[in-house]
Structure formats: structure tokens, C-alpha cells
Design a protein around this ligand. Structure first.
Ligand code: SAM
Length: 297
């Protein structure tokens, strides 16, 4: 719930602190701005220019829910949660700490809720620019709060308030991640790797993941956060039926490029079930501990 993370949230306009008023039906900042909490439990924290992206559509969010509920990406979720455990251990948090985990572009909250279940006493912020995703995020876990915000803008999170950031196939904002992470805090980032869904590429006409994704990620973060250890490859086979394949493509940007009708036609021509490779990398990046600058490359 938003009340669990109120100390972490900040006014998107000026970064001032927020508190819940009128039975927690609104958040009000110390500078006087007011943000209504939607009936479904999420809050939109957008600055003066409002939201300039809409994120995933309702259809994409539903497809994501259908696909993820099949458990096909379980090894990815385990890898992200393990990365968060490692990140918290590296920063030697005291046992009584209630670590804050913020997931950026959190979708339905599948990853965030698993991590919150696994990390005792942790609190979560699920941030996504899609209102449809935010509705799911609001009910994904009792210790998660759901926020609609744009990852490319100033994040509505207080300076040095987040112990770990997770990003799964979603946008990243290095300068903002460095601002909101506590000293020694880490970002755990899962990026698709070349070969991901390779068996579906030709039959469905979807493009492959480009080479050098992790290298570009590191370049993007240079001067903000520094890589910890090596990126870990997570690869496994999935046995997918046609419904799961349609949902997998429906939750991805390919859904927009191909179009629903053509996609349905192509899926209909596939065998009843297929073994499909899932492949991604987990990269951890840390903010320098207190009083230490991140070395410039
Ligand atoms: C590929 S989905 C991944 C969702 C989730 N991490 C998962 O793997 O289930 C990307 C998510 O990022 C969100 N998104 C896209 N652009 C965004 C932005 N500028 N700010 C915040 N979220 C954004 C989309 O709405 C979508 O939920």
C-alpha cells in the first residue's frame, strides 16, 4: 500500500516530501501540491508537463498477465530476486532494516511481488507509466505501492531512499537511479539477450535482440553506477502452447508492429506446442558507498 512507502515518495514537481491526507485519499506535498489516489489504489505522480507516454495498453498488460501466470519465466524471476538479495547483502543492511525495492517499468508486478515475498520486511514501489499496469501493481503485494510515473523524467522518489532498483525489460534512467539509491545501493537489470525466443523469430516475423545490449547498458550508466561482477546469463527452454505464444508476443512491442490479425494467423500455423529458448542477462550496478565517488571511465 502507498502508506508503506510514503517516506520514499516525493513530489514530482520539486522533490518535496509527501504525506497522506483525507484518509489517505490524497497525497499532499510540503510545498502544497496535491495528488489524488485512484479508487484502484495507485497514484499518478507526474510533474508540470504531465505524462508524455502511455506505456503498455490494456491488451498488452492482459497478455503479460496470461503469459507470466503460466510460470514460463520463473527462472528470470528467481534470478532477479537472487540479484536483489546479493545487492542487499553487499550493502550490509542491518537485520531490522525494511529495505526499499523500487521496480521501474514494473508491469503487472510479477517480479516485484516475488522479490517482496522473498526479502523479509521489504517494502516495494512499483512504478510504471501505464495506468493499466498500475492497477495490477496496486494489488500485486500488500507491501507494494503503485505509482504512475515516467521513468524518463525526474522520478517521484526521495534522494537516497531506495536500497535496490530492479528493471526487467523496461526503461532505465541512470542519473535518476544514482540520485534515488542509497550509498552502496544497487540496480539489478534484466535485459533480453541475443537468442531470446529464437525459435519464434522466423515463423512469426519478429526481430532478434541486437548484439552488444549489455555493453550499451554499461556505457549508459558510465559516471553514475558501476558494474558489480560479471553479467549473469540466464537461459532455459520453455514448452509453450499456441495460447502462451500468442500471449508472449501480445505483451511485447512486436504486438504493435505485426498487428493482432496477422499475428493470430501466424500463430495458428505453428505446431500445437514448441520448445522455445528464453535468454537474458542480469547485470548489477552499484552506487559508490558513502564518501566515495564513482570513478569516471
Ligand atoms: C516489456 S514491459 C516489462 C514489464 C515488467 N517489468 C515485466 O517484465 O513483466 C515494459 C514496461 O515498461 C513500461 N514503460 C514503458 N515506458 C515507460 C516509461 N517511460 N516510464 C515508466 N514505465 C514505462 C510499460 O508500460 C511496461 O509495463
Amino acid at each position: 500500500m502507498l502508506s508503506d512507502i510514503i517516506d520514499v515518495l516525493a513530489d514530482p514537481v520539486d522533490g518535496s516530501s509527501l504525506s497522506g491526507v483525507d484518509d489517505f485519499s490524497r497525497l499532499v506535498s510540503s510545498s502544497g501540491h496535491s495528488y489524488d489516489i485512484a479508487r484502484q489504489g495507485y497514484v499518478t505522480l507526474a510533474g508540470g508537463r504531465g505524462l508524455r507516454h502511455s506505456g503498455d495498453s490494456m491488451e498488452m498488460v492482459l497478455a503479460r498477465e496470461t503469459f507470466l501466470s503460466g510460470g514460463h519465466f520463473a527462472p528470470f524471476v528467481e534470478a532477479v530476486t537472487a540479484g536483489v538479495h546479493q545487492a542487499l547483502e553487499d550493502n550490509a543492511l542491518p537485520l531490522e532494516a525494511r529495505p526499499v525495492i523500487a521496480e521501474i517499468g514494473a508491469g503487472t508486478g510479477y517480479y516485484l511481488s516475488h522479490t517482496l515475498d522473498d526479502v523479509d520486511g521489504s517494502r516495494g514501489v512499483g512504478l510504471d507509466v501505464s495506468v493499466y499496469a498500475a492497477k495490477h501493481l496496486a494489488r500485486c503485494h500488500p507491501r507494494a505501492g503503485s505509482v504512475v510515473a515516467d521513468a524518463w523524467e525526474r522520478l517521484p522518489l526521495a534522494d537516497e531512499s531506495v536500497d535496490a532498483i530492479t528493471v526487467v525489460f523496461a526503461p532505465r534512467n541512470p542519473a535518476e537511479f544514482a540520485r534515488v539509491l542509497v550509498p552502496g545501493g544497487q540496480a539489478v537489470i534484466l535485459t533480453a539477450d541475443r537468442g531470446h525466443l529464437s525459435e519464434l523469430r522466423d515463423p512469426l516475423g519478429i526481430i532478434d535482440v541486437e548484439d552488444g545490449k549489455v555493453e550499451r547498458l554499461l556505457e549508459q550508466f558510465s559516471g553514475y553506477l558501476q558494474q558489480v561482477g560479471e553479467a549473469e546469463v540466464v537461459e532455459f527452454p520453455m514448452n509453450l502452447d499456441k495460447k502462451s505464444i500468442a500471449a508472449q508476443i501480445g505483451m511485447s512491442p512486436s504486438a504493435r508492429h505485426i498487428g493482432a490479425e496477422l499475428l493470430a494467423q501466424r500463430v495458428a500455423e505453428l505446431p500445437e506446442s514448441m520448445i522455445v529458448t528464453a535468454r537474458a542477462r542480469v547485470t548489477r550496478l552499484a552506487k559508490a558507498p558513502q564518501n566515495q565517488e564513482v570513478p569516471q571511465n
